[in-house]
Design a protein around this ligand. Structure first.
Ligand SMILES: [Ca+2]
Ligand SMILES: [Ca+2]
Length: 313
């Protein structure tokens, strides 16, 4: 077994793990008479965010937000609320077929969405008159899925729903169960991930219709294996495609990395994937021998700077 020690450096850090990407623009509709932009704090909707003073620009309008996102809340900005000066003040308009939206926080950080360029890498997807562009932003442990899909039944004020998902089982060629795996489902209309620890089944959620390939990286102890679903997977609109099982050849590569895939930051806390506080972290080495293998988040409390780590044994 590897050393179960997590080293926390004082100050900033090693950029070897990707930071979690937080997003706020959740859904966009340019349908005439029903234009709206939905805001949600993703991938953790429990996260409070004060949006007052943030600006929301489109190609033909600009408004300043007057609201905050409370726990699990979604906020809908439309012409009516802007006209009444309730949640925002200024102007508001969204085009259906081509648009560039910029959300700017009070520090000047910007989140941008443009369609059709961004909503589907094929460059052919725009929400149009009858659909909305919806974002999925799930943090699946090490593998964060951020993707856009088109939804024919918009959900202003509710979580986005009609994306497609791919389900299956991950096993070794001798029936082996992997300690940890990451599944990647990718194609011209998007890419999503799932991962799992000590389980056979995966669900990769958040897809547009289209043709996808399914690839897997998997580990038993510190040996890494790779496999793919043979052939491509046809994904219909808003459906669950099941039985996409991947059998992985048991020819692996022994990894020499540390058992913690590291993102080292200043003193903070270790959270589990539900956001529950697992332990306080001090500078230097922290004994994590009591932790089960899996994914955790290191969070520096003073500014919520967060990195994912994966504990493997
Ligand atoms: Ca829907
Ligand atoms: Ca929605």
């Amino acid at each position: 077994m590897r050393a179960a020690v997590l080293t926390v450096m004082a100050g900033l850090v090693a950029a070897s793990a990707n930071p979690i990407v937080a997003t706020y623009i959740s859904e966009v509709s340019g349908a005439e008479g029903n234009e709206f932009i939905e805001l949600a704090a993703l991938p953790w909707p429990g996260h409070f965010r004060d949006l007052r003073g943030w600006t929301l620009e489109t190609s033909t309008s600009c408004c300043t937000l007057l609201c905050s996102l409370d726990c699990e809340q979604l906020i809908v900005i439309d012409r009516a609320v802007v006209a009444e000066g309730i949640l925002a003040r200024g102007t508001f308009a969204v085009n259906p077929d081509t648009e560039h939206i910029i959300l700017t926080d009070t520090q000047g950080h910007q989140e941008e969405v443009s369609y059709p360029a961004q909503v589907g890498p094929s460059g052919s997807l725009a929400p149009g008159q009858l659909t909305s562009a919806c974002r999925v932003n799930f943090d699946n442990f090490r593998a964060q899925s951020i993707n856009w899909y088109l939804d024919s039944t918009p959900t202003p004020g509710e979580y986005n729903d009609d994306y497609a998902s791919v389900f299956g089982r991950i096993r070794g060629s001798g029936g082996e169960l992997f300690g940890y795996y990451v599944v990647t489902v990718s194609g011209p209309n998007g890419c999503v991930y799932d991962d799992g620890a000590d389980t056979l089944t995966y669900r990769a959620a958040g897809l547009n219709p289209g043709t996808y390939s399914v690839d897997v990286e998997a580990w038993i102890e510190n040996v890494r294996y790779e496999g793919s679903y043979p052939g491509s997977v046809e994904v219909p609109y808003a459906e669950w495609v099941t039985g996409i099982d991947v059998v992985i050849p048991m020819t692996g590569i022994r990894e020499s990395e540390l058992s913690i895939r590291p993102a080292l930051l200043g003193p903070g806390v270790l959270l589990d994937v539900t956001g529950r506080r697992v332990m306080e972290l001090g500078p230097g080495e922290n004994d994590i021998s009591q932790l089960q293998p899996g994914a955790f988040f290191l969070r520096r409390e003073e500014d919520d700077y967060t990195h994912k780590v994966v504990v493997q044994r």
